[in-house]
Design a protein around this ligand. Sequence first.
Ligand SMILES: [Zn+2]
Length: 855
Amino acid sequence: MTTNFQVDSSFSQHRNKCIQARTPVWLQSNGEKYQCAITHAPLALLFYFWAYFYFGFLPFSYTFSDSCWNETIKYTNFPLPTAIFPVEYDLNITTYLPGYNWKADERNMSYLGSVSIRMEVRQEMDKIVLHSSNLTIIDAKVINSDNNLEIKSWTINDSNQFLILSLNKIVNPGENLEVFITFGGYLREDRKGYYITKSTKPTGEPMINAVTQFEATSARFMVPCFDEPQFKATWQVKLTYPTGAVGLTNTIDMESIEDGDFTSTTYKRTVKMSSYLLAIFVGDVQFKETTTKRGLRIRVYADPKNIESVDMALNASRLAVDGFEELFGIDFPMEKIDFVSVFDFEAGAMENWGLIIHRAELILGTDKEIVEVVIHELAHQWFGNLVTMKYWYQTWLNEGFATFMTAIGQTFIDGNFSQDTVSCAWTTPHMSLLKFHISQQEEARLKDRYRPLRSVAFDKDGSVTIQSIYYSKGSSFIRMLEKIVGTLNFYEAMRNYLSQNMYSNVKEDYLYSALEAVWKTNTNNETTLSISEFAECWTNQNSYPTVFATRTPEGVVLTQNREAPIEKNYTNYDECGYKWDIPIWYQVAGEGSHELVWFKKDQYELEIRTEKTIIVNAESYGYYDVIYDDVSYQSIARELENNPTLYSMSTKLRLLLDLESNAYTQMIAPHSLVLIANALRNDEFPIVQEYAQTILKTTEFMINRLNEQNNEDLKIIKGFSTNTSKVLRKFYSNPSEQFGDYFKRNFKSDKEFCETLRNERNEEVTNQLVDWLNTNDSSGRKHIMGFLMFCAKNKDKVRGLVFDPSFDWTALEKSRNIQFLKILNRRNIYETREFRKFPSNEEYISRKTIIRIES
Ligand SMILES: [Zn+2]
């Protein structure tokens, strides 16, 4: 999945809490709910004959017992019991959408489903426990080979989102069972499960489409199933929908039968996969098509009005699939890949196997970001879909790899990739690769405060929310692994890892042993490092180390500490004591190559003996930051002034980024930042030059905010900027007209606007804007929020807005709000002191989620 919601995504979860199970009127005959079949004999009879037509036999074991008591079963853990595993699902879904020939009746905007699940019993049991939530269960029955099995009762366990079918006898391992469940519900409106997404016809008329979004745990909102990644099974889907609509699912269609107002299409059985990857779309769309080198069909579907805007996505996906198939040595295993553009989507896009759903603005048009998202979702077809995490604890493997592969995928599209120059493409510093990885490290550092990589944020009913840290930190950690074992070894190990684990589930150790195996073979067993031991502290602890480098007469002494002032109880993992085994890549001034030495967590300090200056974390390979003493900064600055080519581009960039973040959190004096930025202001690499100059511009902003007027530093930065607004403007792209109008009417410049907000006397402007943000007019929202965050003197109102669950974030989510959310995240750095009064994430978490580290 590509997340588009970079702040704590439990915001939206909280908002959606009010959505309860509602049984569609047409399923509530006689005003009663179908929780127990016996009270609804007419419908049960209907099912009886319906089953005959669908499954070709009469369900003899079905009994009209009225034993639907509420058995109290306590489950203290969210994971499903593993006594029984699904093997094959047959799913039928009839969707009643308006806007087509059928005369919409009381069934409108609802759906009716039936599922048969063939299962394998692995442990003795007398209860089938599967997931189901917010569904109307109409009926359930079970058969075995002896035809002597019955469901004694069934129970809905809301606190765990379980549907528990109690059997009339104990079933033994090795037996095969088949369960039939009929169910239904309204199409949801909260972008989870099977829900409504709106679009507009070219004529301007509104259209309603239906689409699914299941990751992490929302498949259970559409169909009772084993909704955890490790319960892989095949799915055969049959969709019935109003004639004229397009019906799509993961696989290619085999047969369509039109029967008056409705059409039924049967699709090919999927490969073995996790339930969160199942997907359905029904609605009014058209497509454009292409094929890959080996003839795989790729289509991009969009509403008729926008179908001409899909060419870039179509072209990028073709090149990326060709590239990934070659790189991984494994062909995409199904007959087609479809992309669908929808207007209402919680995430950026979702990698459903063979049916990738994108938020419209992340697939229509020619924005660079579209290509990145397309590549990310395609990388998932291997990392995530083919090889899947065992449980949600390993989600970082999915998202980390898909993010990591985005930069490689970009080279397929740019034409910079060629299999003949494998070593070249992957080991030569490639500008876009470097920029990408460094930006991922930066993003990770902004977020890496509360949750370790190996963590799951459970809601209290067992729902799981995908965390943004999995992406950037996951990718940065994977890059560190790559650099430790060597790039070519790394890709060889990746191919082995994928081919050894296809169609199954993995824990982290599977990856580590694949890496170790190749590494040891190719280095003739010289290495003794255990990757799993190394990884333990990086994946189970939040935060990251800061390495302090102090110049002594003999050399440079390194010590380690964690960067952020984090309360320890954010994680309950104590094994590492907030220390890490750190791979120290360092470069001695003037020497082109860099060395790797290990700074182990039980080492008090590490000394590198040299008279020359050294830079630690050369090439920005490592996910940690470095703080030098003043003497070192002075000599580094001097050397850079004399010879700017002493260090590589990424080493210099790393130096600047570490300086910047540590100056903002007051770990170092702004003076050191000014010194180095000034030395690099005319660097040979435009990106370094640009960044150094930006820092000189922003430093004034920082010095002013810290009230540390330093005349010398201000003299240096004079000429680069005295205008805070220039910096701010960087964060607020896409100004909207409405905001622009307001702005022009009231202020000469954004600087003046910001100053006004800061001025206590004019607090009514803040109040006005906060009131306006609470109205339905969403235009310019993100800009206003950004200004309020940075400039408003009285931030209490703004804080209230950000953490007020009733605040309507829909407009923000719909807008391209990534930029805005980045601003929100940046508060950790830019506003460390001022924002300390924010409700801490911990309080927020304790209200909503439980953080667990797998033992
Ligand atoms: Zn993803």
